[in-house]
Write a protein that binds this ligand. Structure first.
Ligand SMILES: NC(=O)c1ccc[n+]([C@@H]2O[C@H](COP(=O)([O-])OP(=O)(O)OC[C@H]3O[C@@H](n4cnc5c(N)ncnc54)[C@H](O)[C@@H]3O)[C@@H](O)[C@H]2O)c1
Length: 435
C-alpha cells in the first residue's frame, strides 16, 4: 500500500450524488445547515473524532483536519442524478425525514440542485416509475452520457476535484460473472454489446466516474465496483473506490455487538434480525430481486466476526436470518428487532433482544459526508483501488474474493484501520495492530 502523505485540499470539492432521495437530501441539507451554523453534523467522524498521534509524553489527540489536509464544509459543491425530476428542496420535503424548519433556511440552495437525467433501466428497480431518464442506445452510450455530465459539472462549477457517490436505490442482484466482469476489456465489450442483464446502470456510473478521474463510492449493496474489471480500472486510472452499503442501523449494532459475544467466548445458536421500514428504499427492497442484494450484504457481517473454524464449539452452526419488511406508516423511521440466541457455561441458553428505533437517513447522512471527504483524501494521498480503511462505514466491505481474502467486519478492528490510514496519510506512523 502507498504510504504517501496527502496533498493539500485546494479549491472546491464537487460531490455528484446518484439518487436525490431521502439519504442524499438529508446529507446535503445537513451540510448546508451546518455551514450556516444552524445545525451540527452529529455522527460525522471527520467533523468530531480525534485520533491519537505519537506515544508517551509526546502523544496528542487531534481532529482529522489537524492531521491531514481536509476541505471544509464550505468547499463542497453538490450535484445529483435522479429518475424523478424533483429538485433537492422538493425531494427533501417529500422524503419527510427533516422538519420544514430544518430545510427552509437553505431552501434557495436546495432549489438550485436539479437532478440530471438518470442512467436508468426499469428492470433493475421495477417499483420506480420516473421519467427524468436518459435515452441511451446501449450501455456504452449510457456511460458516454454520464461522462459528459461529469465534464459539464466540472466546467460549470470550476471545482478542483469530483467524487461520485451512489445513494440511489438498490438494484437487483447481479452475480459477478467473470465472462463480463473479469477484466476492463470484457466489461467494455459487454457495454458495447449491450448485455443489459450483466451491466447494471450503476456500473455505467462507476465506469464513467473512474474514466473522468473521480473516486467512486457505492452506498447501496450493489456489486457495481466489487468486480475485478472495476478493480483493474481503479488501478489503471489511479482512483480510489469504496463499497458496499452504508453501515447505519441494524448492521452497525451487529458489528459492534457481536464482538461482545466473541470476546467473552460465549456461544451463538442464532441471530434473527428483522425490521420495518416505509420509505422509498423500503418499497424498492420489497421486490424480492432487490432484497436479495441487500440480504447478501447484511448476511456477510457475522461470519467474519464469529468464525466457526476458529471456535467450532461456539460458532459452528448458528442460524443467521435477516428480514426487511416494507411498512409505509413508519416512513424513514425504521424499527429493527434483533433476537440473539447465545449459550454460556456448559451450553446453557440465554437470549438478548435489541430494539433499535432509528432514523435511516439521519444515520446515513454523516456516512455520506465522511466517505466523500475520506475518499478524496485517499486520492490526494495517491491511494487507488479498494480502500479497506473505509470498511468502518460499510456493511459489506469490498475485498478480493478471487483470492479468498476475508473482509474485516469487526467494528473496532475497522476503526483501527481507519485511524492508521489517517495517521499514515498525515505522515505519522501507523501504531495499532489488528490482531
Ligand atoms: N439510509 C440507510 O440507512 C441506508 C443504509 C444502507 C444503504 N442505504 C442505501 O442508500 C440508498 C438510498 O437510500 P434512500 O433512503 O435515500 O432511498 P430513496 O428511495 O429515498 O432514494 C433513492 C433515489 O435514487 C433514485 N434512483 C434509482 N435508480 C437510479 C439511477 N439509476 N440513477 C439515478 N437515480 C436513481 C430514485 O429515484 C430515488 O429518488 C438505497 O440504495 C439504500 O439501500 C441506505
Amino acid at each position: 500500500m502507498a504510504k504517501e502523505i496527502a496533498k493539500p485540499a485546494t479549491g472546491k470539492l464537487g460531490i455528484m450524488v446518484v439518487g436525490l432521495g431521502a439519504v442524499s437530501t438529508t446529507f446535503m441539507t445537513g451540510v448546508m445547515m451546518a455551514r450556516k451554523g444552524l445545525a451540527k453534523p452529529v455522527g460525522s467522524m471527520t467533523q468530531y473524532d480525534k485520533i491519537r498521534i505519537g506515544k508517551g509524553e509526546n502523544k496528542k489527540y487531534l481532529h482529522y483536519k489537524d492531521i491531514v489536509p481536509m476541505p471544509t464544509l464550505d468547499d463542497l459543491v453538490f450535484a445529483a442524478w435522479d429518475v424523478f425530476p424533483a429538485n433537492a428542496y422538493e425531494s427533501a420535503i417529500n422524503a419527510e425525514v427533516l422538519k420544514e424548519k430544518d430545510i427552509e433556511p437553505v431552501k434557495d440552495e436546495l432549489l438550485k440542485i436539479k437532478p440530471l437525467k438518470a442512467a436508468f433501466d426499469k428492470n433493475y428497480a421495477k417499483r420506480l416509475d420516473g421519467d427524468n431518464v436518459k435515452q441511451c442506445k446501449d450501455r456504452w452510450d449510457m456511460t458516454e452520457q454520464i461522462r459528459e455530465d461529469i465534464r459539464n459539472f466540472k466546467k460549470e462549477t470550476g471545482v478542483d476535484r469530483v467524487v461520485v457517490l451512489w445513494a440511489a436505490s438498490t438494484e437487483i442482484y447481479v452475480e459477478p460473472d467473470m465472462k463480463y466482469h473479469g477484466t476492463i476489456a470484457a466489461l467494455e465489450q459487454a457495454m458495447k454489446d449491450n448485455v443489459v442483464d450483466k451491466v447494471a446502470p450503476s456500473m455505467c456510473y462507476a465506469y464513467a466516474a473512474l474514466m473522468e478521474e473521480c473516486p467512486f463510492i457505492m452506498g447501496a449493496p450493489n456489486t457495481t465496483v466489487d468486480i475485478p474489471a472495476m478493480w483493474e480500472l481503479a488501478e489503471k486510472t489511479q482512483m480510489p473506490i469504496a463499497g458496499k452499503d452504508f453501515k447505519t442501523g441494524q448492521t452497525l449494532v451487529k458489528s459492534g455487538f457481536a464482538p461482545i459475544i466473541g470476546t467473552r467466548m460465549l456461544g451463538l445458536n442464532g441471530w434473527f434480525s428483522t425490521n420495518i421500514l416505509g420509505n422509498r428504499d423500503g418499497l424498492v427492497l420489497d421486490e424480492p430481486a432487490n432484497f436479495r442484494t441487500k440480504e447478501v450484504s447484511k448476511l456477510s457481517t457475522l461470519e467474519s466476526i464469529l468464525v466457526a473454524d476458529d471456535q467450532p464449539d461456539l460458532y459452528s452452526e448458528y442460524y443467521h436470518k435477516v428480514r426487511i419488511n416494507y411498512y409505509p406508516p413508519r416512513n424513514d423511521n425504521k424499527e429493527g428487532w434483533d433476537n440473539i440466541d447465545i449459550f454460556g457455561w456448559m451450553g446453557y441458553p440465554m437470549q438478548i433482544k435489541i430494539n433499535f428505533l432509528c432514523r435511516d437517513s439521519i444515520l446515513a447522512a454523516p456516512l455520506c459526508l465522511d466517505l466523500c471527504l475520506l475518499i478524496d483524501l485517499a486520492r490526494r494521498a495517491g491511494r487507488c483501488g479498494t480502500q479497506r480503511f473505509l470498511s468502518f462505514f460499510l456493511k459489506s466491505p469490498m475485498h478480493d474474493y478471487t483470492v479468498d481474502e476475508v473482509p474485516v467486519n469487526h467494528l473496532f478492528q475497522q476503526y483501527v484501520m481507519l485511524k492508521n490510514a489517517i495517521r499514515e496519510m498525515g505522515g505519522y506512523e501507523a501504531d495499532e495492530e489488528i490482531d
